[in-house]
Design a protein around this ligand. Sequence first.
Ligand SMILES: Cc1cc2nc3c(=O)[nH]c(=O)nc-3n(C[C@H](O)[C@H](O)[C@H](O)COP(=O)(O)OP(=O)(O)OC[C@H]3O[C@@H](n4cnc5c(N)ncnc54)[C@H](O)[C@@H]3O)c2cc1C
Length: 496
Amino acid sequence: MEDSKDLRIAVVGGGISGLSAALYCQEHFPDGHGSVSVFEKRERLGGVLNTELRDGFEIEQSADNFITTVPYGLDLCRRLGLESDIVTTTPRNRQTFILWKDRLHKLPDGFMMMAPSKWWPMAVTRLLSPFGKLRAAMEYFIPAKKGDEDESMESFAVRRLGREVFDRLIEPLVSGVYAADMTRLSLLATLPRFREMEKKHGSLIRAMRKNCAEMKKKARQEKKKNGTASQNADTRQSGPRYNLFVTVKGGLGRITSEIEKRLDPQTVYCRTEVTQMARTESGKWSLTWRSLEDGRTESAEFDAVILAGESHNIAKLLGSAQIARPAELLAGIEHTGTVILTAAFRREDIGHPLDGMGAVVPAKEKNPILALSFSSEKYPHRAPEGTVLIRIFSGGSRDPEIVDMPEDEVRDLLLEKMANCLKIQGSPLMTSVSRWPNTMPQFHLGHLERIADLEKEMEAYPTLGVAGNSLTGVGIPHCIHSGEEAARKVLAALEQ
Ligand SMILES: Cc1cc2nc3c(=O)[nH]c(=O)nc-3n(C[C@H](O)[C@H](O)[C@H](O)COP(=O)(O)OP(=O)(O)OC[C@H]3O[C@@H](n4cnc5c(N)ncnc54)[C@H](O)[C@@H]3O)c2cc1C
């Protein structure tokens, strides 16, 4: 083994995936020695994660919160000393609205992403026709599909619950998270738990009802033991499982800035693009980078490299190092762009009671809004008393052109649509537009096989890691895990 004091690792990409990799390397260098360099094209670290603090408002420019069932987000926050600032969604009004025929309707209580857990709210909802309701109820009796092959989200949902429930409830809920084309989105790469439910219980409704009954039982036991039941036992919600999401007071940008504080500023290079990579004769990696400040080009050798940019950017670097098959696999992952518009209003200017966490919009509505989030209703610390913060998620495969529209046009268009939905009078107190072109990977059918192939191919390069949101999940906890796994891989190789 080489003298560990000399170990040099480069991380390309300073988003949450790359930063998690860099932090892990720094915390786990053999004997505590070694240096990690981070290269980032943008002028700041964090990638798409960025929090803007303005006039008492906390504005998330991309991710809004993260799920806790995948533990890596919470674990990282604890390691960074942010645990006491973690906040859960406010327990009141954990429900979602659906825009249908230009009006907001409550999603039937207990309808969680792809399946209902309660009969009555489905029976009385105005979102479905009598035929649509009947077809959904038949799900209980439709036999589970045999075999393990993947299928599109649309095919699965229509097969189980019918076209109407798909078009009016499931398509908008899933689009509001993945901004994807449902006819190509892989069920197994995005929401595999629903296939597991089908397999185990024969029906999603049966599985949801069983789960609901178990949660209620647990809540009763907890209440008996502690006097109160935990928020995880809340069965009166609808939409995403809001009780499982958290954010950090001060914004998610605190996670990346806390990591930055722990890195050596001498080896963090922002506004610097890595343009080439090559294997040296001694088995190290040579990187060439270009400063976006002054155009200067430099090169250096590293013992290991972790590529944590968007997969199309990783592919270019792998290609430059003649690592052809992995480059091809990564280049084949399509991306779309998304837009976030955040606007603050005086509460009295909003006609809608905002008695939920937000709203989603079916494709059939032909509205540029994918989802609305009542940001300060979800997390009240985000806006000063008497005001509200609302954000719009737009773009994706449904409306890819919006990312390239001039900022003023995007703002005017989305504000007008939001004003109609929420009966807003008067102008916003402030607005913020963030555009994220080509950053949202699409887990189309075949994604799992693609990633399995990639992992196999990459075994031939033990000191080269790949990480990022294009691999096993777009959510923040998955990104953190992918960065840490890549770091673990290269450190293990360097220790041998
Ligand atoms: C609008 C939006 C809303 C979202 N909402 C949520 C949410 O609520 N919850 C959730 O969990 N997740 C959410 N996500 C997903 C999550 O935020 C992202 O998947 C995650 O932050 C991506 O992190 P990353 O480090 O993999 O990639 P990025 O943040 O894209 O970082 C990659 C970085 O690599 C840099 N780079 C690339 N190539 C090079 C190169 N050659 N040289 C130097 N630098 C390079 C890029 O400039 C970029 O900064 C959202 C994403 C978006 C866009």
